[in-house]
Design a protein around this ligand. Structure first.
Ligand code: F6R
Length: 616
């Protein structure tokens, strides 16, 4: 969602901010803006649409200045337009502010400010912040850092903020609660980012602000941090960490799009997610991050998995893995529903939160509920240092590397890998898995990257199938057992990047309604690898063919039954049924990708979507 980049140093800020905005594009946004501190005061540039529009607009304008803040906005309060775009300024133009997050009590605060005579220019919740801080400062006659602290004590909700003011043209104030913010420390210069992407090119020394932190960054002085919850505002010593990100990971590396690059990175993502976690000699699978809580997991009454979107699909796959191998009951919940349902949670429950970004607001809220009610809370996420990594009691990273394409691809298969390892490790310790199956699954996991590679080699064939699907208005994805979540994921990928309406269903369920949609115009993509209910899937396909539906099937190499009933077939190598999602997902990603390209869609930045959904 929204992105923040800011700079204070000796260089011209604008080129750094602009590049930073481009690097933040992947988060999803619909307007962008920059504010620069110049001798004449604060100069602002804002544009609806892409960063490119902003760049064109600024081309012949004075963009000088060595202090600046910039923002990409994903609209929440008020439509995407220039008024609502950040930065927002105080009425006298002396202060400018950018904000990620949501001010939950903005209606009350706005009314108080309006009563004081403040005229608002936008419909955003953010504008409240700039007027509130200014009003506190004017009333109390105090320096800006103090005014920010006092104002933020009145704010309910989440924020990552960067503020500049003509009161001190060599100072940048930052603050954070519930929305990430990093301060990159360079040589007499500071780089601020809502994530590492706009910073990594310049420095790897970063300070992750903690909730309630207010940072004061002054030219040629060390970073000073205090916390709004500390009434005395005592200075905290900044904890400098190394940013685990490389520039190379943020670039397309010869591919046309990030999404295609990331689809092709899956053999590596799966391998990296296993690296150091399997010791074949000792016959041991071990996930270091959860060791301390392993006993709690082994004794769990139940696993509650909370997640959203693609991560929720991983959760559904984990349900099969954990129930089959560990024999512990599993509930898989949409985090957004779970959080508002007064769920029954026992102290011997283990709540597993899955999120690639580690910043999804609903999933984080579910984590809080789990913690408050005494459950053991484990996280699985892909971003080191993310809020989820810090808020859960323990967890395991999926090591897929940064994912820039908005649609999840490699983080999905990496999540499945980690979940499979977790299930294997627990099952062996609990004695719920026959050793022959344990060894077979380990072996199949080890060979999964090569099997994914062999599916990737079929891209051209999939491209031809995409020509057919791209002409359709609707598509249905079917699967059973562990292939049902894969069908859901296939449908999600297609709709989110090609805007073709798609539904995922358990294959047997369609006769309870969706079969009414089947006709010659409905492509039905069936995920039908060898599995214990393969014959049942065959019967379900017969029902579709009888209604003149067109079958596109994903089957194992050498399959003749389902492929004989299909207009198109994509073959995947055999792998244990529980691990089939690692290979059957790949053709569905490629199919959606090529359909979207044929339909001229922006695959990396699908409309209306954001990479990390940090608002509920
Ligand atoms: C789908 C997609 C979304 C995310 C969802 C959860 O391609 O990107 O559905 O899966 O927003 O995001 P995370 O995993 O970051 O919690």
């Amino acid at each position: 969602m929204c992105g923040i980049v800011a700079y204070l140093g000796q260089k011209d800020a604008y080129p750094i901010l602009l590049k930073g905005l481009y690097r933040l594009e992947y988060r999803g946004y619909d307007s962008a803006g920059v504010a620069l501190m110049q001798e004449s005061g604060i100069k602002m540039f804002k544009k609806k649409g892409r960063v490119e529009e902003l760049q064109k607009f600024c081309e012949n304008l004075d963009t000088s200045g060595t202090l600046g803040i910039a923002h990409t906005r994903w609209a929440t309060h008020g439509e995407p337009n220039e008024q609502n775009a950040h930065p927002h300024v105080s009425e006298d133009g002396s202060m400018a502010l950018i904000h990620n997050g949501i001010v939950e009590n903005y209606v009350v605060l706005k009314q108080q400010l309006v009563n004081q005579g403040v005229a608002f220019k936008s419909e955003t919740d953010t504008e409240v912040l700039v007027h509130l801080i200014k009003s506190v400062q004017d009333k109390e006659g105090i320096p800006l850092p103090e005014a920010v602290t006092i104002a933020l004590r009145m704010v309910e909700g989440t924020y990552a903020l960067a503020i500049i003011s003509t009161e001190n043209p060599d100072q940048l104030i930052v603050a954070k609660k519930g929305s990430p913010l990093l301060v990159g420390i360079g040589d007499n210069e500071y780089f601020i980012g809502s994530d590492g992407a706009p910073i990594v090119e310049y420095t790897k020394q970063v300070v992750y602000l903690e909730d309630g932190d207010v940072g004061v960054i002054s030219r040629d002085k060390p970073l000073r941090i205090s916390n709004v919850n500390d009434s005395e505002r005592l200075p905290k010593s900044p904890y400098i960490q190394t940013l685990e990100l490389s520039l190379e990971q943020l670039e397309k590396g010869g591919f046309d799009t990030y999404m295609l690059k990331e689809i092709y990175e899956q053999p590596k993502a799966v391998r990296d997610s296993m690296r150091g976690r399997i010791n074949l000699e000792k016959d041991v699978v071990s996930l270091g991050g959860i060791i301390e809580y392993e006993q709690k997991m082994l004794n769990a009454r139940r696993f509650i998995i909370v997640a959203c979107g693609t991560s929720w699909h991983s959760g559904l796959i984990a349900e099969h893995l954990f129930e089959t191998l560990v024999r512990i009951p599993v509930e898989v919940e949409y985090a957004s529903e779970f959080r508002y349902r007064n769920p029954i949670i026992y102290e011997d429950d283990v709540l597993i939160a899955i999120s690639q970004s580690g910043e999804t607001a609903d999933t984080l809220a579910a984590v809080e509920i789990g913690k408050k009610r005494g459950a053991t809370v484990i996280g699985i996420c892909n971003v080191v240092g993310s809020t989820m990594a810090r808020e859960t009691m323990a967890g395991s990273y999926s090591h897929a590397g940064p994912e820039i394409g908005v649609a999840c691809t490699k983080t999905f298969t990496a999540q499945i890998t980690v979940l499979a390892l977790m299930a294997l490790s627990l099952a062996k310790k609990k004695g719920t898995i026959p050793m022959s199956l344990y060894h077979k699954l380990l072996n199949d996991l080890e060979t999964a990257p090569e099997k994914i590679e062999s599916v990737l080699r079929q891209e051209q064939k999939i491209q031809r199938i995409a020509q057919y699907v791209a002409t359709k208005q609707n598509a249905m994805f079917l699967g059973r057992g562990v292939s049902f979540p894969v069908a859901l994921e296939g449908a999600l990928k297609l709709k989110e990047i090609s805007y073709i309406h798609a539904e995922g269903y358990p294959a047997a369920e369609i006769k309870h309604g969706p079969i009414a949609l089947i006709d010659t115009n409905m492509p039905v993509i069936v995920v039908a690898p060898e599995q214990h209910i393969y014959d049942k899937v065959v019967s379900n396909i017969q029902e579709i063919i009888a209604r003149k539906g067109t079958i596109i099937s994903i089957v194992n190499e050498g399959d003749t039954t389902v492929s004989g009933m299909s207009k198109f077939t994509i073959e995947v190598p055999g792998i244990d049924e529980l691990l089939t999602p690692l290979v059957t997902t790949i053709p569905l990603q490629l199919l959606s990708y090529h359909v979207a390209l044929i339909r001229d869609c922006d695959v990396d930045k699908p409309r209306n979507l954001a990479k990390s959904v940090s608002v509920e």
